[in-house]
Design a protein around this ligand. Structure first.
Ligand code: WQD
Length: 339
């Protein structure tokens, strides 16, 4: 086994930021991504930002033969699994597409790992796995399940598959990272979130309104039981999230078994607070209208990040001001994404 960390899906938003953080922390990397919803230009920019030589394999992680070939070349010491479909609404309309892709990629990856004796597996899970009867702040020990969409179920199913694999393979180390709401971009403005089509998530929608690509923001609900009536979430800067992966990797390499960590700030921010911060910090206007609630949305979601702080020694450091400034810099400098 070598010392390289193999990253799936690292041409995407969170993977590319983590690639930069890992390279800057001194790790050797290799990336595999089929670029079905991402761009190889993101990998070039990771190389540009870090000066690192990062081998890139454009392949489908579900294709086990192709993946095994990559394992033989890379000889990874650990795997971070970012690849997967992630659009909540699309997963409701096309559930089989989501189950097929998100589960097949993970099964191929874990099979290759077990076969090749690769021990450490770090997975991009989501706060969406918490059940409706979990209460804020969400703790890792809170109940999971009752997901409102197939995307969420794939995250929970993969958590189970990875935990079972760790239980059956005593040398394995599985770290499941439950992300809250990742936003922001690398402060260089060279990598960032690049959604295809009309964004589903709040921050890319805001930036596209601000840059003039979309007319106005619809705020889904202003009658929630929250301080200003709009939904409250735990927005976390993607660079903080990336540092959380560096800490998780160190932990995974030193331990065996399976652990779950929330990666959030522990702070709830409303839609209106985020929109107002964006306008004030960046000096741009974001016209909005109140619209009906979106199906499946909760009033308030935020993390208890104590476990990651105590065990991984990691805490989110960036402010809401950093998040809105960095998201805007990326959008302004790259109005058409990676071109
Ligand atoms: C945030 C807040 C909306 C858009 C989802 C998934 C989760 C994760 C992240 C991704 C809510 C409001 C949004 C808009 C709005 N998955 N909103 N107008 O729903 O917390 O989480 O994305 O890969 O698993 O469930 O994030 O950014 O969609 O919404 O008012 O146009 O913004 O109602 O309160 P969410 P979001």
């Amino acid at each position: 086994m070598g010392s390289t960390i193999l990253l799936t899906g690292a041409a995407g938003y969170i993977g590319s930021h983590t690639a930069v953080a890992l390279a800057q922390a001194g790790y050797d990397l290799a990336i595999v991504d089929n670029c079905s919803n991402s761009s190889p230009i993101a990998v070039e920019r990771c190389r540009e930002l870090t000066g690192a030589d990062i081998p890139f394999y454009q392949a489908d992680v579900a294709d086990k033969a192709a993946l095994m070939e990559i394992f033989h070349q890379v000889k990874p010491a650990a795997v971070m699994h970012f690849s997967g479909y992630k659009a909540v609404g699309e997963s409701v309309a096309q559930p089989l597409k989501y189950y097929r892709n998100n589960l097949d990629t993970t099964l191929s990856l874990l099979e290759c790992m077990v076969q090749e004796g690769v021990g450490a597996f770090i997975f991009s899970s989501s706060a969406t796995v918490y059940g409706a009867n979990a209460t804020v702040p969400y703790r890792e020990s809170d109940p999971v399940g009752g997901c409102t969409n197939p995307y969420g179920w794939t995250k929970l199913m993969i958590e189970q598959i990875a935990q079972d694999t760790a239980a059956a393979n005593p040398n394995m180390s599985v770290v499941l990272l439950r992300y809250f709401n990742p936003v922001g971009a690398h402060e260089s403005g060279r990598i960032g979130e690049n959604p295809a089509g009309i964004p589903n998530n709040l921050m890319p929608y805001i930036t596209q309104v601000a840059v003039g690509k979309l007319d106005h923001l619809n705020i889904f609900g202003n009658d929630y039981d929250t301080p200003d009536g709009t939904g409250v979430r735990d927005y976390i800067h993607v660079v903080d999230l990336a540092q959380g992966h560096v800490a998780a990797l160190k932990y995974a390499i030193e331990h065996t078994g399976a652990e779950v960590f929330n990666l959030g700030t522990g702070r709830g921010v409303s839609v209106l607070e985020l929109v107002n911060a964006f306008q004030t910090v960046n000096g741009v206007s974001v016209p909005y209208e109140f619209a009906p609630r979106r199906a499946g949305d909760l009033a308030s979601v935020w993390a208890d990040p104590a476990k990651a702080r105590e065990i991984l020694g990691w805490t989110a450091e960036k402010t809401v001001e950093d998040m809105v400034a960095d998201s805007w810099r990326w959008q302004k400098n790259n109005p058409d994404g990676y071109v």
